[in-house]
Design a protein around this ligand. Sequence first.
Ligand code: FMN
Length: 265
Amino acid sequence: MSGGRLAGAVSLAGGLGLIGGGYGDSGWVDREWERAGNARVGCGFITWSLAQRPQILERALAHRPAAIMLSFGDPRPFAPAIRAAGARLICQVQTVSQAREATEAGADIIVAQGTEAGGHGMSEPLFALLPQVVDVCPGTLIVAAGGIADGRGMAAALMLGAQGVLMGTRFYASQEAMGHPAAKQRIVEAEGGQTVRSIVFDLSRRMRCLLLILAVCCATATPRLGWVARASWKRGWTRLGASTQQQGSEAISTSLVSLPVRVVR
Ligand SMILES: Cc1cc2nc3c(=O)[nH]c(=O)nc-3n(C[C@H](O)[C@H](O)[C@H](O)COP(=O)(O)O)c2cc1C
């Protein structure tokens, strides 16, 4: 949802817009960089996926990004190339031990991501995680992420020691974001209590079956959850049961792909 248009608009407004490189598709990243125009933007990657396709990092670095954000995996193998290209290294972490690892990798910015965050994540709430990360990473710029949608959330994060905030879901509702207008409308209209944490987004990414995902989760302890609107979750799982029995995994992707992400209060 964070393509070049949104990332460019955020940077032009005074923030740092990040193109969501996600699982890594170099053609897509090139296209979105063009859409960012002249704005200085960065790009985010899922680290364990990048390890499978390291060439996409080179493509991204060729665009002279302001920063590269790595989440979910060991950032250390990629840090030298990022620094050599003159980009800042942002590491998004979900635990204190990952924050230590990010410091070892020489992260310029560490994003403490609480479980409230949209997209993938882990279990620790932001207000429990953030002060601990601040304490174990003195001298590193700490940014808070997860459930922050306005100035009140930002002020609270600053009080806990953050020096900035990273917001995702709030921007999903903006015109510049990719995504279906109906999904954006749901985000605007819904309340926080109407979301549930689920793995349906990963299922919709053509993963073969629930057992496979659970096995990978257990084996790698990588985070694979995301917030879903509650009513859709129930409908989706009902459909999933039917789809799995009747049509196989291809049907899983088509029946679940339209589910919205977690909502902004
Ligand atoms: C739809 C969506 C997709 C996301 N995808 C990624 C991703 O691919 N990689 C990543 O590091 N973070 C991803 N995030 C998480 C953001 O980096 C950030 O932690 C989160 O949006 C902050 O919490 P908030 O959504 O409550 O503002 C995603 C967030 C959303 C809402």
